[in-house]
Design a protein around this ligand. Structure first.
Ligand SMILES: Cc1ncc(COP(=O)(O)O)c(C=O)c1O
Length: 471
């Protein structure tokens, strides 16, 4: 088969997969790990199989993939389809390059710089620098690394004794901060979890108490890590008050806006991140609510020099960076060497719909989440399990006669929902209660798909209840 024809055939299969994802009931193939391992042909052959066989392979992959663009997909904090972004992925692969130097990625460098500048502007960060990273987890790592560098300017060169250094984060924060604590050399136990209020927001008074206590204990605070959009409840920490505390103690403030950062587009919801301009750095996943295919994530910092220092190669990369007088090579601001052009797909999508398009998308998601919340609140068999600030809707089926039984029902319900294959939501725990965490971050979701989702939850819940042993 010729290359041209092959590409046409691939595209037609991808188009068919995407179109049928909007209409197919089943969004997740039901094969178990054991049966899929047994029935699929994944062996790497001694002799090549050719392009025709590659088409069969592609069909096999599509047949056994979760349809994450389908309206029933409300599981992680991402999903849905941006067609310009998919085009961007294709062009990125076709123009295969690495983002380290302008020389090798001229237009891509300008595109990434344009995006970073615009994101910084949205947060009113003034002149700043940033980089696209491998995700919010690495954005948080960079934030902590910059904080460490700011407090201990010799650390990138001489290393640190991290045993006394402490950073502060909300008890509802993402687990990536634990990993980052390990990587930057302070260890999990030096990441202090600050108490939250009943809405899941970090309490500024509790933060100050923890900082005071740490100082009295002879420890060295260096970073306050706030969250805009927590993973489970979608809570936003009060940034302005937290910045007040961070500045009082001369601490770096980083904001994990991986999930909630998109509120900055909407004049209606921007206030959720009131005070972001007071932070030193933040990260934002365009691959979450903005629906850009993974991976697409930004880290922005006010002090460009600090980012450059933590990403310094110690002048050993003479084979890559050649002084041209212009500091335009983005590799100087990244922990990676080879790095994909993740900017293109976001740039294309942004040019397609503009700031106004992002704003209406965010507002539509909130409208749908309000709808889901109302339906949950008004149904006697359902219970909303946390106050809503963003598009996370945490709820449970109300059944059983004890806490244990209710948890058992909801755990089983979620399991059956996944086996059923029509809707996917995640399972979380809030105050020892098992909850279904559904999120609206997928452009295919409609009021009708949410109605169908709740109907399914209720009917599965009733079935499970009927199967419980009688008291
Ligand atoms: C609040 C928050 N921060 C960071 C992350 C990590 O983002 P990524 O998966 O892009 O590394 C997540 C992931 O869900 C998250 O919910």
């Amino acid at each position: 088969m010729e290359t041209d024809l092959f590409l046409d055939e691939v595209l037609s299969r991808v188009k068919e997969f995407l179109a049928s994802s909007q209409t197919e009931d089943e969004i997740r193939p039901s094969d178990s790990h054991t049966s899929l391992s047994r029935t699929s042909d994944l062996q790497l052959p001694l002799e090549g199989r050719g392009l025709d066989a590659a088409l069969d392979d592609i069909e096999q992959v599509l047949r056994h993939s979760v349809r994450t663009t389908a309206p029933g997909f409300m599981n992680p904090l991402w999903g849905g389809l941006s067609i310009t972004s998919i085009a961007g992925e294709l062009v990125t692969a076709a123009t295969n390059t690495a983002m380290y130097t302008y020389e090798i990625a001229p237009i891509a460098t300008l595109i990434e710089s344009t995006i970073l500048k615009r994101i910084a502007e949205l947060a009113e960060f003034g002149t700043s620098q940033g980089t696209l990273t491998t995700g919010g987890s690495n954005g948080n790592l960079l934030g902590m690394l910059c904080a460490r560098q700011a407090k201990f300017p010799m650390s990138s060169h001489a290393g640190v004794d991290g045993t006394k250094m402490v950073a502060f984060v909300s008890e509802e924060s993402h687990y990536s901060f634990n990993i980052a604590s390990n990587v930057i050399g302070i260890g999990h136990s030096n990441l202090i979890k600050v108490r939250c209020n009943e809405h899941g927001q970090m309490r500024p008074d509790a933060l100050e108490e923890e900082i005071e206590y740490a100082i009295q204990e002879g420890r060295i605070p260096f970073a306050v890590l706030a969250t805009s959009g927590t993973t489970v409840k979608g809570s936003f920490d009060p940034l302005r008050e937290i910045a007040g505390v961070a500045h009082k103690y001369d601490l770096w403030m980083h904001v994990d806006a991986a999930w909630g950062g998109s509120c900055l587009f909407s004049s209606q919801y921007r206030s959720l991140m009131d005070g972001i301009e007071l932070a030193d750095s933040f990260c934002w996943d365009a691959h979450k609510m903005m629906g850009i295919p993974l991976i697409c994530s930004a880290f922005i910092v006010k002090d460009a020099e600090i980012l450059q220092t933590v990403c310094s190669n110690g002048n050993t990369a003479h084979y890559l960076y050649i002084e041209t007088g212009e500091n335009v090579d983005l590799g100087r601001y990244s922990l990676q060497c080879g790095r994909r052009n993740d900017a293109l797909k976001l740039w294309l999508a942004w040019r397609e719909i503009g700031d106004a398009g992002w704003a209406s998308m965010v507002e539509r998601f909130m409208q749908l989440a309000n709808y889901l919340e109302d339906r949950v609140k008004n149904h006697p068999s359902l219970e909303l399990m946390s106050e809503r600030m963003w598009t996370n809707v945490c709820f449970r089926y109300v059944g059983g006669s004890s806490m244990d039984e209710r948890n058992q029902i909801n755990a089983e319900l979620r399991q059956r929902l996944i086996q059923d294959g029509r809707f996917m939501v995640s399972r979380s725990t809030i105050n020892q209660s098992i909850v279904l965490r559904s999120v609206v971050a997928n452009r295919s979701i409609t009021e009708a798909s949410l109605d169908a989702f709740l109907e399914r939850v209720i009917s599965l819940g009733k079935d499970i209840e009927r199967g419980l042993p009688q008291q």
